[in-house]
Design a protein around this ligand. Structure first.
Ligand code: GLP
Length: 241
């Protein structure tokens, strides 16, 4: 794992933005894995700025998101479909045929998981996967205890993840109890992984990632075994390390 230390959230976002831009510019059919949550918000606004200045085109880009809540409609303000449209897709000309998220509202969730894996495979796999880090070490929505061999699957969200994400909902009761997430093996199949970590609240999790043993109790620990991981972390997140 390569650790890139930056001063703050802004710098972390700009650095990630330049890595992704470079990849898009240098590849004919780039396949980018995207994440949601607060962490990549500024990365997305940076990509939008670059697009508006004509520095990058998303014409040949295909995207796959890590996860989606179960039970929320695509246009629900809290769905990750909605988040991605609002934070990136609609501003850079990324059309519906180019972007992919697990359905989360389909009648057959298990089938949806299989279809999602197949779509990633047919696209030639993910070139760069953007990841955030959950407080309990989750990546995507793979909670502690998820087998490292897992592929896209339906997950039960842990109380700590539901409460961490409750800030986006009007009450914790409204936070879905399940999600569909790319599995740990699906994430690990990405050619390159870009893990973004910012802020004091992530310091403990980052410290654990940098120092812990490989264990399914801390899903992000698997990243230690990936051949091409870049962690971009800011000063506050590195405080405990
Ligand atoms: C959420 C998402 C993850 C995200 C992580 C961190 O639950 N499912 O994809 O990376 O937790 O979120 P945040 O960036 O808001 O801290």
């Amino acid at each position: 794992m390569q650790l890139v230390k930056v001063d703050n959230y802004e710098e972390m976002s700009k650095k990630a933005c330049s890595i992704i831009m470079e990849h898009i510019q240098e590849n004919r059919n780039p396949v980018i894995g995207l994440a949601t949550g607060s962490t990549p918000e500024k990365l997305y606004s940076c990509l939008i700025d670059e697009y508006k200045q004509g520095k990058v085109s998303f014409e040949n880009v295909t995207t796959f998101n890590l996860d989606e809540y179960v039970g929320l409609k695509k246009d629900d303000a809290n769905s990750y479909h909605h988040y991605m449209k609002e934070k990136l897709f609609d501003h850079v000309g990324l059309g519906v045929d180019q972007v992919h998220l697990p359905d989360g509202h389909s009648e057959d969730l298990e089938q949806d998981c299989l279809t999602y894996e197949k779509q990633i495979e047919e696209a030639g796999g993910i070139d760069i996967q953007v990841l955030g880090l959950g407080l309990n070490g989750h990546i995507g929505f793979n909670e502690p205890g998820t087998p490292f061999s897992s592929r896209t699957h339906v997950v039960e969200l842990s109380p700590s993840t539901r409460s961490a994400n409750a800030r986006f909902f009007s009450s914790i009761e409204e936070v879905p109890t399940q999600a569909i997430s790319m599995g740990i093996a699906s994430i690990m199949a990405s050619k390159k992984i870009l893990l973004l970590v910012s802020g004091k609240q992530k310091a403990e999790a980052l410290h654990r990632l940098l120092n812990s043993e490989l264990t399914e109790d801390f899903p992000a620990s698997i990243l230690q075994t990936h051949p091409d991981v870049t962690i971009i972390a800011d000063e506050l997140a590195l405080e405990a390390s």
